[in-house]
Design a binder for this molecule. Sequence first.
Ligand code: DOR
Length: 310
Amino acid sequence: AIDLSATIGNETFQHPLINAAGVWDETATEMNAVLASDAGGLTTKSATLAPRAGNPQPRYFDTDLGSINSMGLPNQGLAYYLDFIANTDTNKPIDLSVTGTKMADQIDALKQIQASDFAGLCELNLSCPNVVGKPQIGYDLEATKEILDRVFAFYTKPLGVKLPPYFDLQQYDAMAEILNQYPLTYINAINSVGNGLVVDPETERVIIKPKGGFGGIGGKYIKPVALANVRAFRQRLRPEIKIIGTGGVTTGTDVFELILCGADIVELGTVVMQEGLDAFARINQELADLMAAKGYQNLADFRGHLQEYD
Ligand code: DOR
């Protein structure tokens, strides 16, 4: 029989597909639906200390090849997600995503998590592209170092970081050198490709309202960027640092490719927005069928085994 399980930190996922942060995970109703689906676990919407309404509408749009969003971190506030997790009975791992619009707030949020009973995976989002006037921390090497220094001065629970996509091999070298200095449990590559633009030729207008139409691109457009980021970090990070691969998955073959590049588990974003939670069962089955056809029984049989030309 085919075994699709995978582990990150102390958590075992019976299936390697979970929702990407920000997808079907803002309210208890949505999060319970993810847990009741064929997802292997749940990621919660990136929480800020206080609840946020997010950016003005329209702020999300689907296209044939993916999506653009400028949600602006609408969320119920950190206490809501800690409370949800504390009161939810599930065998599935829950990954608590956390962020802030200022570094001091991100530190305070992690202090609250450190002081709480929560002992699961936590994902520090260093890559939201949609807060007006706030650059993505993950594109600033000094700021990345500073926040990780400050976090690991007190934080002792399993922690991952959500990274923006990088595009130059020198950027991978520089980021991996920094990340390797910290006791990170995992990285998640990639967040949306920030500040893309979708244009409506009929109305001759941008398609979403915030930031003059600029927003994060997800879906099929970004799969090669996700594959490259997972591969490049797997080649550079200490082997103890696991990788969640996110970006552009719509089929079991896409999941297979991300795991070949080194992903431990894989997240679904735009495809769940477009197809709903049934995407988990479909893509799990496609992955299992592909593994059976190739004679693989475990994800470890092919994880990271991508070949190159001589
Ligand atoms: O594409 C994204 N949208 N990435 C994030 O990290 C946050 C989210 C939002 O709320 O804007």
